[in-house]
Design a protein around this ligand. Structure first.
Ligand SMILES: [Zn+2]
Length: 663
C-alpha cells in the first residue's frame, strides 16, 4: 500500500475500517540499504522512465495536438510468442504502439511523484505536468479517457474488456493521479481521473442498462479503493467491490462480449478464463492460476475490499489462495509465474529455474498483496513473504544504479540473460520504480493505538498516535546484520503498543526495553512481539535477530530442485555468479559439512556480505571428444563465493545459479 491510502479517513464511515494503515511515504525517511535504492530511483530511474516513454513515442499517442501514430498491432493482446518474435529490446524505428501505454504513463507519474519526496526535480515535474495537460485535452466531454481507443482505434470503446486493458489503464492513471496529488498538491490529474471514474461508474454496475463487465487485466479495483480513500467518495469503493463481486459470474461477460463482436468466445487465444482469474466467481477460487501479475492485482483489490467491508468470505478465500501460492507455487526468491506462455502459473511444484519467467511485476504484485493483508493486523505469515519478495525477486529487476532492468528473473542463467535498457512491453521498470520509491510505507503500519514495524533498517518515522506526535528512529545495518536499535520519541508520554516482527528465518531473538530483557514468549503472537507501555522520550528498544547462514532445501515434489541446496542469510537469498567462480557453475557441489564463511565486502556491489565455502567441482579433463564413458569424472576442490541474488548481473555478464548441487 502507499501513502495514498492514509490521506483521509476511510470513505465508508460506519463500516469496518482498515485496522492498520501504512504510514504515508513522506512520513518515513529511509536511509541505509533502502535509502541507496530510493536514491537510485529518485536520481536516475524516475528521469529514465520519462525519457524512455518519450523515446518509445508514447507522447505521440496521448497528445491530441499531434497526428495519431496509427494502428500497429493486432486487436488482441500480443502473445508472449509474438512479443518474442518482435524482439524485446526497444529501438526507436521499430517500436509499435501499445494499447497499455496509458498504464506506463500512470506508473511513470507515480514513480516521479514518490521520487519528488526524496529529491526536488523541477524539470521532471514540469514534464509530468505537460503529460497531464495532454490527458486533460484528450479527455472526452463525457469523461472517457483512453489514448488507445481515442487515438488508435476510435469507435470501439468498451467492446473488448477481455483483451484490451481499457480499465487496467484507467487504474494505473488513477494510482498516478493520487500519488501526484499527494506529492505536489496539484489536483489536475486527480480531477481528470475522478471525471473518468464517474464515467466508468455510469457505464458499469448492477443497475439496469449498465454493463455487467470487468477488466481482463485486474488493477482498476485496487486503484478505485485508493481513489475512494483520497476523495472520501463511497461510490468509488462500491464500484471496486462491484468489479470483484461480478468477476467470473455466469453468463460469462467475456462470452457475451465476444459474440457481440461477432467472434466465437472459444476462439480465445489463451483458451481458458483462468488466464484472467475469471473462470469462476472469486469467492469460489482455491488455486492461484493464470497470469501472475493479474492474479496479484486481483488479490490485492480483494484484500482491500475484505478490510473495507469486513468481508470474511473474501478473507477466507485470500488465505486459501495465499496457502496455495506459498506451499506449491512460489520460487524461493519470492518470484512467481514460471511460464512465459501465459506469463503465469502452470501446475503445482513446477518451478523451473533457467526458464523461470518470474516477472518483476509479479513479485512487486506479491508485495502489494502481502502489505494489504497486513491491513488486517500484524502477522508474520504475510510480512515474512513481503520481505522475501522485496529483497529478492522484485529488486533483482532493477540494476544497482537504477538504470537497467529485468523483465524475467530466472534462478539460473548460462550467461545470456542480461539487463536491458527498455522493453517493448515496459510494464516492469515503472512498477519496480514506484515500489522502491514508496518503500517507506511498507515499513510501518499504524492503528488507533499501535504501530507495527514490519521491516527493519536505518530510518526515521513520524506519526501521530492518540493525538500526539511520535518519532521513531531505527538504527541498524540490516539486512547485513540483525541488531536493531529503536529510539521512541513521543512529544509527551503516550501509551501505545509497538509490534515488532520476529522473522521466521531468525531462530534466536532477544529483546530489551531500556536495557531490561523482555521474555519474547510472553508477548509474541502471529510472529510479532507486542510491547505495550507508556512510551516516554528517550525510551530505547534493542532487538537482536540472530542472522545465521541457512541451507534451504525444496520440497522433493519440486523436480527441478531435488538434490540441490540454496544459501540464505537473513532475508536474502544468495546465488553464485561466473565472475566470482570461474564459470561452469553446474559442476559445483556444496558439501553439507562445508563451513560457510560470512564476509563483509564494503567495496563490492555497493557494499554487501558474501558467503563462501570450500566446495567440490568436476575437474576439467580431457574426454577425448567423447560425450559418455564408464568412468565418472574426476572431482577437485573449489572455492565457491555467493552474492545476494538481487545484486546479480551488475558486473561482467556470465552464468548464475541459485540452487547448487548438494553433496
Ligand atoms: Zn512487468
Amino acid at each position: 500500500m502507499t501513502a495514498s491510502q492514509s490521506a483521509k479517513p476511510a470513505a465508508n464511515s460506519g463500516k469496518p475500517k482498515l485496522a492498520f494503515r501504512p504510514l504515508p511515504v513522506p512520513q518515513v525517511d529511509i536511509r541505509g540499504f533502502w535509502g541507496d535504492r530510493v536514491d537510485a530511483v529518485a536520481t536516475r530511474t524516475a528521469d529514465i522512465l520519462y525519457d524512455r516513454c518519450v523515446e518509445a513515442r508514447m507522447l505521440e499517442q496521448i497528445d491530441p495536438d499531434r497526428p495519431s501514430p496509427g494502428v500497429v498491432i493486432p486487436f488482441h493482446s500480443p502473445s508472449p510468442d509474438e512479443a518474442a518474435a518482435a524482439g524485446n529490446e526497444f529501438t526507436g524505428s521499430t517500436v509499435t504502439t501499445q494499447m497499455f501505454w496509458d498504464s506506463d504513463w500512470g506508473k511513470t507519474i507515480e514513480t516521479a511523484a514518490y521520487s519528488l519526496y526524496r529529491r526536488r526535480n523541477d524539470e521532471l515535474e514540469k514534464k509530468i505536468d505537460a503529460v497531464i495537460d495532454m490527458y486533460g485535452k484528450l479527455q472526452q466531454p463525457d469523461g472517457y479517457l483512453s489514448s488507445w481507443y481515442q487515438r488508435i482505434q476510435p469507435g470501439l470503446r468498451w467492446t473488448n474488456l477481455r483483451d484490451c486493458h481499457e480499465l487496467y489503464c484507467a487504474g494505473h492513471l488513477i494510482e498516478g493521479a493520487v500519488a501526484y496529488y499527494q506529492a505536489t498538491g496539484k489536483r489536475k490529474l486527480l480531477d481528470i481521473m475522478c471525471r473518468y471514474a464517474d464515467h466508468i461508474a455510469e457505464t458499469f454496475g448492477p443497475e439496469p442498462g449498465k454493463k455487467k463487465g470487468y477488466c481482463g487485466h485486474e488493477e482498476i479495483e485496487l486503484a478505485l479503493v485508493k481513489l475512494a480513500r483520497v476523495t472520501g467518495e463511497q461510490k468509488y469503493m462500491d464500484l471496486a467491490k462491484y468489479f470483484i463481486d461480478q468477476r467470473g459470474l455466469e453468463p460469462h461477460y467475456f462470452d457475451k462480449e465476444a459474440r457481440a463482436r461477432g467472434e466465437d468466445p472459444k476462439a480465445y487465444h489463451f483458451k481458458t478464463y483462468e488466464y484472467s482469474q475469471s473462470h469462476r466467481p472469486v469467492r469460489e477460487q482455491d488455486k492461484v492460476v493464470g497470469h501472475a501479475v493479474r492474479a496479484m492485482y486481483l488479490y490485492s483489490g480483494m484484500a482491500d475490499i475484505a478490510t473495507e467491508y469486513g468481508d470474511d468470505t473474501l478473507r477466507v478465500t485470500l488465505d486459501r489462495l495465499w496457502d496455495d501460492l506459498m506451499t506449491k507455487n512460489l520460487y524461493i526468491t519470492g518470484g512467481l509465474g514460471p511460464s512465459s506462455h501465459n506469463e503465469g502459473f502452470t501446475s503445482d511444484y513446477d518451478l523451473p529455474n533457467e526458464t523461470a519467467y518470474a516477472e518483476t511485476c509479479a513479485s512487486v504484485g506479491l508485495v502489494f498483496w502481502a502489505s494489504r493483508m497486513l491491513g488486517m493486523g500484524p502477522n508474520a505469515r504475510y510480512a515474512d513473504m513481503m520481505e522475501r519478495a522485496l529483497y529478492n525477486g522484485s529488486i533483482s529487476g532493477l540494476s544497482l544504479d537504477g538504470s537497467l532492468f529485468f523483465y524475467e528473473n530466472p534462478l539460473e542463467s548460462r550467461g545470456k540473460h542480461n539487463r536491458w535498457k527498455w522493453h517493448r512491453c515496459p510494464c516492469c521498470p515503472p512498477n519496480i520504480g514506484r515500489m522502491v520509491a514508496s518503500i517507506g510505507s511498507y515499513f510501518y503500519s499504524l492503528s488507533d493505538d499501535a504501530l507495527a514495524v514490519h521491516l527493519y533498517g536505518n530510518g526515521t518515522a513520524r506519526f501521530d498516535i492518540a493525538g500526539r506526535p511520535v518519532e521513531l528512529i531505527q538504527t541498524s545495518n540490516y539486512p547485513w546484520d540483525g541488531a536493531v536499535w529503536i529510539g521512541v520519541e513521543p512529544e509527551a508520554p503516550t501509551e501505545f503498543t509497538l509490534h515488532l516482527r520476529l522473522p521466521a528465518w531468525c531462530r534466536k531473538a532477544a529483546l530489551k526495553v531500556n536495557g531490561e530483557a523482555v521474555d519474547l514468549d510472553d508477548i509474541t503472537s502471529d510472529g510479532y512481539a507486542a510491547i505495550r507501555r507508556e512510551w516516554r522520550k528517550g525510551d530505547r528498544v534493542e532487538l537482536d535477530l540472530e542472522m545465521a547462514v541457512d541451507r534451504l532445501y525444496a520440497n522433493p515434489e519440486v523436480r527441478q530442485d531435488i538434490g540441490r541446496v540454496a544459501l540464505a542469510r537473513g532475508p536474502l537469498i544468495y546465488c553464485v555468479e561466473e565472475t566470482d567462480n570461474a564459470g561452469q557453475l553446474h559442476r559445483i557441489a556444496l558439501p553439507r559439512t562445508a563451513k560457510i564463511e560470512v564476509r563483509e565486502e564494503p567495496n563490492l556491489l555497493g557494499g554487501i556480505v558474501t558467503l563462501s565455502a570450500v566446495a567440490s567441482k568436476e575437474a576439467s579433463e580431457n574426454w577425448q571428444d567423447g560425450l559418455y564413458r564408464t568412468e565418472p569424472p574426476a572431482v577437485e576442490e573449489a572455492k565457491v563465493t555467493a552474492v545476494p541474488y538481487f545484486a546479480w548481473d551488475n558486473r561482467d555478464p556470465g552464468e548464475m545459479l541459485v540452487w547448487l548441487r548438494d553433496s
